[in-house]
Design a protein. Structure first.
Length: 395
């Protein structure tokens, strides 16, 4: 096990009707005038937004609202939010929605505290020094942004998707009511579960070979999500399944499943995520579905670098009994793809409705490699040619 630091400062308020506590939480963390940031009409139609606003009023917290966040959140909305917050003298950011809304709030929070262009932070031309305080009411289990240090934003100028990780953007609190996820369509439920699983897999498939008890925690988490994803797709109002998925989403991306893995305080391979960011940046696909479409091609491309690790995943997560490591590893990859198909997700880029030509594969690899200037991955380091080949194999 490698040395590590673990930091997860977010207060989690979990259970039925917990959104009623939102105003008191904002007030407890110093908020007096909040930006209420949300996505489409579902928060309005369901009555959730009204309940949250009433909670703010009871706590004596004034507010302004900004809706319209879309999946793969846009830089233009971030800039709109920054202008609104400055004009209205907002001192707290409150997200009501899923990971896209939280990521948009994080970018707004960074932008309000930097002198230059907020996009420079996401392209590493500048380093964040501060961020506005924020909290969230979560409605989708997927990205884990409610407890992570990460956010991802898409710049419409070139459709470039970039991530930024900093403890400065940690949520002060996260309100998690599983009942708020009951109305999610099966596609969104399954895509969210694929994203949750990928956050654990990105850390699990990295060095060193073993790191107990982190590995066992990760394996139990993955088994749980696989089982509960099947249940939630069959029965959207299964409270226990929804609760397990919602909590797993937070645990998968708050750093717990990376403790003792990697180096420099940040564990994981993250090649699949980097590859998918370019896919959803260019084609605006659902992030979890994009990960599902790429995972098999990536796994088969790198499996020979760590057959025993893939074999452990196959045996301990997918229930494969093969004795030979490589045989078990390949069977485990196939079994995981069967799970993805079973909950309605694609396992190829073509399954996303995208006809990927060789030219497009090269273009994606060019963007993913930052125009040939970087490699990705740690289990097996991938250069631009490797990236293009994985895209081709995934089509």
């Amino acid at each position: 096990m490698n040395d590590f630091q673990y930091y997860a400062p977010t207060r989690v308020v979990f259970g039925r009707n917990t959104e009623e506590q939102t105003g008191a939480l904002v007030r407890a963390f110093g908020g007096t005038r909040a930006l209420v940031h949300y996505g489409g009409g579902s928060a309005v139609r369901s009555g959730l937004l009204a309940r949250v606003l009433a909670s703010l009023e009871r706590a004596g917290v004034s507010h302004v609202e900004l809706g319209g966040v879309v999946p793969n959140p846009r830089l233009s909305k971030v800039r709109e939010g920054m202008a609104l917050c400055r004009r209205e003298q907002v001192d707290f950011l409150l997200s009501v929605g899923g990971g896209s809304v939280i990521d948009s709030s994080k970018a707004i929070g960074y932008g309000l505290c930097c002198d230059g262009d907020v996009w420079d932070l996401y392209t590493r031309k500048a380093t964040p020094k501060a961020c506005m305080p924020m909290g969230c009411v979560l409605t989708i289990a997927a990205t884990g942004s409610e407890m992570s240090d990460s956010s991802v934003i898409t710049n419409e100028d070139g459709w470039i998707k970039r991530g930024l990780s900093s403890d400065l953007s940690r949520q002060r609190f996260a309100v998690l009511n599983p009942e708020l996820t009951f109305t999610l369509p099966a596609w969104q439920t399954a895509s969210g579960c694929a994203d949750i699983l990928s956050h654990t897999q990105e850390r699990y498939f990295s060095s060193p070979a073993d790191a107990e008890p982190t590995d066992s925690i990760a394996e139990g988490l993955m088994r749980s999500v696989i089982e509960m994803a099947r249940r939630a797709v069959r029965n959207p109002t299964d409270y226990e399944a929804r609760a397990a998925i919602l909590w797993a989403g937070s645990l998968s991306h708050n750093g717990l499943t990376g403790c003792g893995r990697g180096s420099g305080g940040r564990a994981g391979d993250w090649a699949c995520h980097q590859l998918e960011h370019e896919l959803s940046g260019m084609f605006d696909v659902t992030h979890g579905a994009g990960l599902a479409a790429l995972w098999g091609a990536w796994s088969r491309y790198v499996v020979d670098a760590a057959p025993s690790r893939f074999a452990r995943f196959a045996r301990n997560v997918m229930g494969i009994a093969e004795a030979d490591d490589m045989t078990a590893a390949l069977a485990g990859i196939a079994a995981y793809e069967d799970f993805l198909r079973g909950v309605g997700l694609p396992v190829t880029i073509g399954g996303l409705g995208i006809s990927l030509t060789d030219e497009l594969a090269e273009q994606l690899a060019w963007k993913c490699s930052f125009e040939g200037s970087r490699t990705i991955g740690s289990l097996r380091v991938l250069d631009r040619a490797d990236m293009a080949e994985i895209y081709r194999r995934a089509r």
